[in-house]
Design a protein around this ligand. Structure first.
Ligand code: FE2
Length: 424
């Protein structure tokens, strides 16, 4: 074997598992495997998970915080305006450099698959070209999936639909949209129909920024679900944000949840961003704004947590750590039961992997040999500690390593120096 990871605890709780890797694939997984590895890693009972997956990101904007100025109000609309100011100043090389730096951060945190929206409203399609180049460069270690995203509205912004078609022709993977930003509810619904029909014709996936507002009457998710059914696109469509669901009438939601589930439409919440951008027109009490995550999960909908932004016009924090995203999601959704906390871990691993349609994701024999050894004993502990990534493996190769976190204390009045693992 090229590599054997010994004594792993898996996300489902199985422990004492060895994972044998050959030619970039998992050859075997089970207790006390007899195969020897050219390299062996002792997980020592730590959690070994398939890589983190971010289902919702904006790599064309990342690490641009402060360019050309910071977002003073911290609101979504000032962020969109600021992005509009920055767009004409974007230079391809600088954009590639920032995205590559972010991808380095991502790998070190075991984040090996990212779906990034890319704004296609700049007629130059400069960001599209840049991120296609980034996708090519990082392909050995990150699956980067790109969404053609009409930030200014596919109908509202003249020429946006042509730009979107050009971007798809250049190799962008997924059709995006932003119906709540169109001028009217009717235009929003029309944009959903137009974009879904285009995606269906081309056999593409759809991921729309949908109802990212506190307006309980913003109901484009209903149209998205119905179009998905009408066009037979079940399992290939996602609604991102869906924050208006937070404010909707409960009776309406009781109709909406089964519709979303039956349509096979996935939901992507972005807890770090939703908790900071939503509820901005409220005094007190302030709404959290995140969509109804546990209710969607209970209805059988695939729900992922996305990072959305890292140091960009909308958000000045973040580091590519999907455990931070899961930690925030867990708190905002009040998912504090043991099973619910575990589901939050799956919302940054297995669920987004299904939404992206990643082939060979998992730790079963035959899967790609992509995995992360965490400095934690379980999925819940991983979230609690935002655990260090001890080893990150991609296609059987170690791409990042870090020592186990340990602190040495030598305190006056204590009997002896101690070396301990923080929080464990
Ligand atoms: Fe977004």
């Amino acid at each position: 074997m090229d590599l054997v990871v010994r004594n792993a605890t898996l996300p489902d709780g199985r422990h004492g598992i060895d994972i044998a890797i050959q030619d970039g694939r998992i050859a075997a997984a089970g207790p006390k495997l007899p195969q020897a590895g050219a390299r062996e890693i002792d997980a020592a009972g730590d959690l070994v998970t398939p890589p983190f997956v971010d289902a919702h990101f904006h790599m064309d904007a990342t690490l641009s915080y402060g360019l050309p100025r910071v977002n003073q109000s911290g609101t979504l609309l000032e962020g969109i305006a600021l992005w509009g100011e920055l767009k004409p100043q974007l230079r391809q090389e600088a954009l590639i450099e920032r995205a590559m730096q972010y991808c380095d951060w991502a790998v070190a945190r075991g984040l090996l698959a990212i779906r990034s929206h890319v704004d296609i409203c700049d007629d130059r399609l400069l960001a599209v070209e840049a991120l296609l180049e980034v996708r090519r460069r990082v392909a050995p270690y990150i699956d980067l999936q790109l969404v053609a995203f009409p930030q200014d509205g596919v109908l509202r912004r003249p020429g946006a639909f042509d730009n979107l078609k050009r971007a798809i022709g250049m190799g962008v993977d997924v059709v995006g949209g932003i119906p709540h930003f169109e001028r009217t509810m009717a235009d929003g619904a029309e944009s959903v129909r137009l974009l879904c029909e285009f995606a269906a014709e081309r056999g593409l996936r759809v991921d729309m920024h949908c109802d990212e507002s506190d307006d309980p009457m913003s109901r484009h998710i209903e149209t998205l679900a119905c179009e998905t059914r009408r066009l037979g696109m079940q399992g290939r469509v996602a609604g991102s944000h869906l924050t208006s669901m937070h404010s909707m009438d409960n009776y309406y939601v009781s109709k909406l949840l089964p519709l979303i589930a039956e349509s096979g439409v996935a939901a992507i919440a972005n807890p770090l961003i939703n908790i900071t951008l939503q509820g901005r027109h409220d005094t007190y009490p302030k709404r959290r704004g995140m969509t109804r995550v546990p209710e969607l999960m209970a209805a059988g909908v695939d729900v992922a947590f996305g990072h959305d932004c890292v140091m960009d016009p909308w958000y000045g924090l973040g580091s590519g750590d999907m455990l931070e995203v899961a930690h925030m999601g867990l708190h905002v959704a009040q998912m504090t039961g043991q099973a619910a906390m575990h589901q939050c871990f799956l919302a940054v691993t297995e669920a987004p992997a299904r939404i992206l349609g990643l082939e060979g994701y998992g730790l079963e024999p035959g899967c790609h040999a992509d995995l992360v050894v965490l400095d934690a004993g379980s999925t819940v502990e991983a979230i609690r500690l935002r655990a260090a990534r001890r080893v990150v493996v991609r296609r059987g190769q170690v791409v990042s390593e870090a020592p186990r976190s340990a602190s040495s204390l030598n305190l006056p009045g204590r009997p002896s120096a101690v070396n301990f693992r923080l929080g464990r």
